[in-house]
Design a protein around this ligand. Structure first.
Ligand code: FMN
Length: 237
């Protein structure tokens, strides 16, 4: 069983970087509830001990309509903001809708196969990645070959933070990209449209119609031996 880690928290004053304090603390957010721990170990057996977050997070389609508090939603984007990126370019752009009116406006940019369930989620987000480096420096104006990779890291940070505050997320590549650019007013010259993300509180599978209800189970993964190779690389089976 994972030991709780002793960590140092660095507290910043609200104006910036001055006056850093450090405290000894316990990483409480990583401590799973007993129910979550037994769920994770029975549904998703692990090959090595990891923080439960990594195996407990999954992508449901059953969302209830309970709104997400703006201050909670802000913590998800804050987590994404701190993702690493090439040259610290931070090429991601999140555009979100959290009212019935704004969600209805952007729903046509989600393909029908996803719209059927995603329309119940209280928050819908579109993630874009800026194609060229914009930060001043030697790369400015040049294509950014890792923009999509960096935006992927930011999405995962958002998903992890959501899980830690009791919310669920579901990424959707099944979007109409032309509609996303048009409805959200983002320039296809400057950005790639990557995914939509449904965010909210998970609901019971029975709230979904079939066949979606039966698919409402956490997925498995390929074994470690298939995805990790200890070098040097030789012929693979
Ligand atoms: C980039 C990306 C695109 C995805 N697109 C869709 C989608 O269009 N529709 C859908 O139902 N799920 C979609 N998913 C969810 C994946 O199917 C899911 O993450 C995967 O099966 C692993 O399951 P888990 O997230 O529950 O662990 C997408 C996930 C990612 C990361």
């Amino acid at each position: 069983m994972l030991q709780l880690m002793k960590v140092k928290y660095f507290l910043f004053d609200t104006n910036g970087m001055s006056d850093i304090q450090s405290l000894e603390g316990t990483a409480r957010p990583f401590e799973p509830t007993p129910a979550a721990r037994s769920w994770a170990s029975t549904m998703r057996p692990v090959e090595a001990e990891v923080y439960p977050l990594f195996v407990e997070r999954w992508s449901p389609r059953a969302f209830d309509s309970e709104p997400v508090a703006p201050e909670t939603l802000r913590t998800l984007f804050e987590a994404a903001r701190w993702a690493p990126s090439s040259a610290n370019e931070q090429p991601w752009l999140f555009v979100y809708a959290d009212t019935p009116e704004s969600r209805a406006q952007i729903l046509p940019a989600i393909l029908p196969m996803n719209r059927t369930w995603a329309e119940r989620a209280p928050v819908l987000v579109f993630l874009f990645a800026r194609k060229k480096f914009a930060q001043p420096g030697p790369f400015q104006g040049h294509p950014n070959p890792t923009a999509l990779f960096d935006a992927g890291a930011a999405w995962m940070s958002l998903a992890a933070q959501a899980h830690l505050v009791g919310l669920s997320t579901h990424a959707m590549g099944g979007i109409d990209r032309n509609e996303a650019f048009r409805l959200l007013g983002v320039s296809p010259e400057d950005y790639d449209a990557l995914i939509a993300i449904a965010i909210g509180h998970r609901a019971a599978p029975s709230t979904l119609p079939e066949p979606l209800a039966s698919r409402e189970v956490p997925s498995a993964r390929r074994p470690l031996a298939e995805i990790v190779v200890r070098g040097p690389i030789g012929p693979r089976k």
